[in-house]
Design a protein around this ligand. Structure first.
Ligand code: CS2
Length: 498
C-alpha cells in the first residue's frame, strides 16, 4: 500500500505530475465555497490555483460540504490536496491542486461555518450546491414550506441551507461592521446570481417578519448592499470510479482518496461586480463581462439541453456513457435537430458563435476517455429540464418553430422514470420529486393526462399560452417511446429507420 498524498509526501511525486508551484503555508483564505464536490474541484478551485501560483496568495479556499462528510474525510488527511486528471484521446495529464486549504462539514458544526463566513478575510462566497438545493417551489419562488427553510428560520444560529448560512453570516457581518462578501453563484441556473439574490431576499423577508430579526431588517440590506454577480461555469466532470482511483494511485505512486476526472476544456464567464475585491481571474483564462445572460443561455440550452436528451434517450437505448450514445447516428441526428430548434432562441446580437460552439460540443461529447455516465446526468430532471429544454421550447413556439425534438427530451425523461425498476435499474438516477412522480406514473392515466400531471408537478411551462401544445407533443413521443423505445420515437421524427 502506497502512502497518502499530502504536504509531507508531495515532493515524492514523479516529475510528470504537475504540483502547486507556490508555498501553501503563506496562502490565506479569501474564498468560502459551499458545495465542495467534484465539479468545484475541477473548475473554480483549479482557476484559483493558477492565481495562487502567480502570487495572489490571499485567495485560498475553505471548502464547505452542506451535507455529507465524504469530501472532508477524503481530503483532510491529504491537507486538502487532490489530483485533477485531465483526460482525452491524447491521454491523461495529472495535476495536484493546492487551493483548498481546509474543509468543513456544515451538519457537524454549523457554528464553525458561520465563524468562517464572518471572518473579514473572506471576501467571496462561491456556490455549487446543485439546482435542487436552491429550494424553489414549482413557480420558482422560495419553497417556504420546505422543512429545512422552516428549520433555518427558527434556528438562525445553526442553519442547514445555503440560504440560512448566507443570511445569518451577512447579518453578523453587518452587526460587526464588516463589509459583506460577494456571493458568486456557480450553478447551472439561468441568471444564477440574480436568482439566488431573489431567493435570499425572500428568505430574509421571512426572517424580518419573525421576532428574532429585531428592528434591523435584513432584506433591504441584502437587496442593496450585497453583490450577486451571475456566472457561467463549464467543465465536464464524470463521477470518479474505483478504477480511476487505482489508476491515479499507480501513476502518482501515492494514494489519493478522491482524485477528480475531467476534460481539457474549461470555461468561466463572470459578471464583474465584486464589492470586496477578487482575484485577477481574467489573467487566468476567465472571461469577465457585464452581462453573462447570453453565455448562460447558450450553455444551458445547447450543452446541458443536449446532455439531458442524450442521457434519457441513451439510457432507454442501452447506452451507459455520453460518448457511446453520441456515437449512435440516430442520437447524433437528434442532437443536431435539438440544436437547430434551440439556436434561434438565443440572442443574435450578443456575439455568440453557435456554429463553433456546437462543433466543439460535438468533440467534447465524443471524448471516449471520460466515460461520462448517462445515469449521472439523468439525476434531478425535474430541476434541470425547465432551463435546459422547456425554456427553449416555449420560445421556439413564439418564433414559429415546433419544438418536436426538445419535447422528445421531456418525453424521454418521463419514459426513463417509468422504466426504473423495470427495464432500467431501480436506483439508476434519482429526483427530488421521485415520490409524487412514481405515484403519478403508477396510476396508468391516459398518456396526455400523465404528461399534463408531470408538467404540473414540475412546474413546466406554468401559465404559458402554448403549454397544451407542448404537452401534446411530449405525449405523442411518450406513446412511441412506450411502444418501441427510442428507435420508434426517433423514426417518427424522420431520424433513423422505422
Ligand atoms: C451535466 C452537467 O450532469 C449534468 O446535468 O449536464 O453537469 C454538465 O456536465 C456540466 O454543466 C458541464 O459544464
Amino acid at each position: 500500500m502506497n502512502s497518502r498524498l499530502s504536504n509531507a509526501t508531495i515532493a515524492e511525486l514523479p516529475g510528470a505530475v504537475a504540483i502547486p508551484r507556490y508555498d501553501r503555508a503563506v496562502v490565506t483564505p479569501g474564498i468560502v465555497h459551499l458545495g465542495v464536490g467534484a465539479f468545484h474541484r475541477a473548475h473554480q478551485a483549479a482557476h484559483v490555483d493558477a492565481c495562487l501560483a502567480d502570487g495572489e496568495t490571499g485567495w485560498g479556499i475553505v471548502g464547505v460540504s452542506l451535507r455529507s462528510p465524504d469530501t472532508r474525510d477524503a481530503l483532510a488527511p491529504q491537507d486538502g490536496l487532490y489530483t485533477l486528471a485531465v483526460r482525452d484521446s491524447a491521454g491523461e495529464k495529472l495535476q495536484v491542486v493546492g487551493s483548498i486549504l481546509s474543509l468543513l462539514v456544515a451538519p457537524e458544526d454549523p457554528g464553525a461555518v458561520l465563524a468562517t463566513l464572518t471572518d473579514p478575510h473572506i471576501r467571496i462566497v462561491t456556490l455549487t450546491i446543485t439546482e435542487k438545493a436552491y429550494l424553489r417551489a414549482a413557480d420558482g419562488t422560495l419553497d417556504k414550506a420546505h422543512p429545512d427553510i422552516v428549520h433555518d428560520l427558527a434556528n438562525p444560529g445553526s442553519p442547514k441551507t445555503a440560504h440560512g448560512f448566507l443570511t445569518e453570516a451577512l447579518a453578523r457581518r453587518r452587526a460587526a461592521g464588516t463589509p459583506p462578501f460577494t456571493v458568486l453563484c456557480c450553478d447551472n441556473l439561468p441568471a444564477n446570481g440574480a436568482t439566488l439574490h431573489r431567493l435570499l431576499i425572500e428568505f430574509a423577508k421571512l426572517r424580518d417578519a419573525s421576532a428574532a430579526a429585531g428592528n434591523r431588517p435584513l432584506a433591504g440590506y441584502i437587496s442593496n448592499d450585497v453583490a450577486f454577480p451571475s456566472s457561467m461555469v463549464d467543465r465536464i466532470v464524470p463521477a470518479t470510479t474505483d478504477a480511476d482511483r487505482a489508476r491515479v494511485a499507480d501513476e502518482l505512486g501515492l494514494e489519493d482518496a478522491w482524485p477528480v476526472m475531467t476534460e481539457p476544456f474549461r470555461q468561466w464567464v463572470i459578471e464583474d461586480r465584486f464589492s470586496a475585491g477578487r482575484p485577477t481571474w481574467e489573467r487566468f483564462g476567465v472571461t469577465m463581462v457585464e452581462d453573462v445572460g447570453p453565455f448562460e443561455d447558450m450553455k444551458l440550452r445547447l450543452l446541458n439541453g443536449a446532455h439531458s436528451g442524450i442521457a434519457y434517450l441513451g439510457l432507454l437505448g442501452g447506452h451507459a456513457t455520453v460518448d457511446r450514445a453520441f456515437a449512435d447516428p440516430t442520437i447524433r441526428q437528434f442532437v443536431d435537430a435539438l440544436w437547430t430548434e434551440a439556436i434561434p432562441t438565443l440572442p443574435d446580437d450578443a456575439g455568440l458563435d453557435t456554429t463553433a460552439y456546437t462543433v466543439e460540443l460535438a468533440q467534447r461529447f465524443s471524448n471516449t476517455a471520460l466515460a461520462h455516465r448517462t445515469a449521472q446526468i439523468a439525476n434531478d430532471g425535474s430541476q434541470k429540464l425547465p432551463q435546459r429544454i422547456v425554456a427553449s421550447a416555449m420560445e421556439c413556439i413564439g418564433a414559429g418553430i415546433v419544438p418536436r425534438h426538445l419535447m422528445l427530451a421531456v418525453a424521454a425523461w418521463i419514459a426513463a422514470c417509468e422504466a426504473r425498476g423495470k427495464t432500467l435499474p431501480e436506483a439508476h438516477f434519482t429526483d427530488p420529486l421521485d415520490a409524487p412522480l412514481n405515484d403519478l406514473l403508477g396510476q396508468a392515466l391516459p398518456t396526455e393526462d400523465t404528461v399534463a400531471a408531470v408538467f404540473n408537478l414540475a412546474g413546466f411551462a406554468k401559465g404559458h399560452t402554448d403549454r397544451r401544445l407542448l404537452i401534446e407533443l411530449a405525449a405523442t413521443h411518450l406513446t412511441k417511446l412506450r411502444q418501441g423505445g427510442p428507435t420508434l420515437a426517433l423514426a417518427a421524427l424522420d431520424i433513423g429507420d422505422s
